[in-house]
Design a protein. Structure first.
Length: 221
């Protein structure tokens, strides 16, 4: 990470660091941003909600790259999100079949499937730390849309594309990998109790299930 930051300082090249899992990387990025260098960075739900000391042995569902680290590193990631050092949280959704995830940690495919539950996993961790739904929306919607140049979405604002989820943030549910929409029933969050029950989803103003377009969407707490 230090080498990358030195190259950014030398060239002025805008640089994005993906999948940050190390507290040391957060410290380096914090200093780089304080110096005004054009760097941005993100982390992932599994680094914020899982730790290497509390996952079962040979749990291939959580094998990923970089690997899951300990609670000390996790605390540093949350601190980096809270102070703006890390710009966002992305799913790094990497589904795999049961055959690809079979075997040992040395032989199994390295990737975490988290698209359907990633937001709720981060929301649960954030609420435990005194952070809010608004914080999670900023990290996983507003900031990420801006980073990749999707100027027509990412926020609830007139004239922007209405990609919306109606969610009950304090209602809890247990993740059942076999009940998820993925064709492969493998999830690193399987069996976890998470906050955030989704009741409706709109894609570009249309109900994702019925396809009916809503003329006026009113968002209430």
């Amino acid at each position: 990470m230090r080498k990358i930051v030195r190259l950014v300082a030398r060239t002025g090249c805008r640089t994005h660091i993906l999948h940050v899992s190390s507290g040391l990387s957060v410290d380096v990025l914090r200093r780089a941003k304080a110096e005004g260098l054009p760097v941005s960075a993100e982390t992932c739900p599994h680094y914020l909600t899982l730790d290497c000391d509390h996952i079962p042995d040979n749990a291939t569902a959580v094998k990923c790259c970089p690997p899951i680290r300990d609670l000390h590193e996790q605390d540093a990631l949350w601190a980096g999100l809270a102070d703006g050092t890390l710009d966002g949280v992305v799913t790094d959704h990497s589904p795999a079949s049961a055959d690809m995830k079979a075997g040992t940690l040395a032989t199994a495919w390295g990737g975490v499937s988290s698209l359907q539950v990633g937001f709720r996993a981060v929301l649960t961790g954030a609420m435990r730390r005194g952070l809010s739904l608004a914080d999670v929306v900023r990290w996983m919607s507003c900031n990420t849309a801006r980073l990749v140049g999707l100027d027509d979405r990412g926020d609830i604002t007139p004239v922007l594309r209405a990609d919306l989820a109606i969610i009950r943030p304090y209602e809890r549910f247990v993740v059942d990998a076999t009940a998820l929409e993925s064709r492969n029933p493998i999830c690193a969050c399987d069996g976890m109790t998470l906050n955030g029950v989704v009741t409706r989803t709109f894609v570009a103003g249309r109900d994702a299930l019925s396809g009916v377009r809503e003329g006026n969407l009113i968002v209430r707490p």
